[in-house]
Write a protein that binds this ligand. Structure first.
Ligand code: SAM
Length: 226
């Protein structure tokens, strides 16, 4: 899979791409990440990239031409603008992105980008959540991490991506590892029992009770879907 990231700060991605499974997926040729800096298409000695908003108001807006020239050659890819005004990112969206051979993630900065870019060059708008960041780079890095775990062969045990939170509309059950007791804090007895039926029943109960307590909306959503 190839991920293009349109960003004024390509160096932002240096270390996230150098870590753990992302680095390995790149080394193994499963993932290619290419940054594209719109400043390369900016004009003038100062390579101006932003300008004041029409109609007045605070802050600056990323100009249309450098972004248009960056995105035009990427017309065959699925182009995603990262914005608080987009559809909130979720697992189903990552599943969909992971099936695409090539995707382009556009990171805004300042007050955002000229809306004509969205109208003419963007296929989908995605938000990382109901908060405002300085730029779209964190959201792009989140998508790269979320997608890389889904690429066949990218992580050691594919079963771990099948059983985790959001796969079944339920949160994952709590996990424990050795030692079975630390400072008097014990792992639930059932997990040490060797009774696989009892363990699976306990896990199922935990998934349900956690979801009801923390994210009842996930279960409500499931009900409303049918
Ligand atoms: N003025 C914009 C607004 O009120 O929606 C916020 C601009 S923000 C300071 C600059 C850029 O950061 C945005 O264009 C977007 O690319 C990115 N960004 C900020 N928050 C984000 C979020 N929750 N999800 C995705 N991208 C975000």
């Amino acid at each position: 899979m190839r991920v293009n990231i349109v960003t004024l700060f390509p160096e932002y991605f240096d270390s996230p791409l150098e870590v753990s499974f992302v680095r390995r997926a790149i080394a193994d040729g499963l993932l290619e990440v290419v940054t594209h800096d719109p400043r390369m298409h900016a004009k003038g000695a100062h390579r101006q990239i932003d300008d004041a908003p029409f109609g007045g108001g605070a802050g600056m807006v990323m100009m249309i031409e450098p972004l248009a020239k960056t995105l035009e050659p990427l017309a065959d890819t699925h182009r995603v603008f990262l914005t608080p005004a987009g559809t909130p990112l979720d697992q189903a969206m990552l599943d969909r992105f992971a099936t695409m051979p090539e995707i382009t993630l556009v990171c805004g900065r300042y007050e955002g980008i000229d809306e004509r870019i969205v109208e003419h060059f963007i296929d989908e708008e995605v938000s990382l959540g109901d908060f405002v960041l300085l730029g779209g780079e964190v959201a792009a890095a989140a998508i790269v991490e979320g997608v890389v775990r889904l690429l066949p062969g990218a992580i050691g045990n594919p079963a771990s991506t099948e059983s985790e939170s959001f796969r079944s509309q339920l949160l994952e059950e709590p996990q424990y590892t050795r030692p079975s007791e630390y400072r008097g804090w014990k792992v639930p007895d059932v997990l040490l029992s060797g009774d696989h039926g009892a363990i699976e029943r306990w896990r199922a109960e935990q998934r349900l009770s956690r979801t009801l307590e923390r994210r009842p909306d996930l279960i409500d959503d499931e009900g409303s879907d049918g």
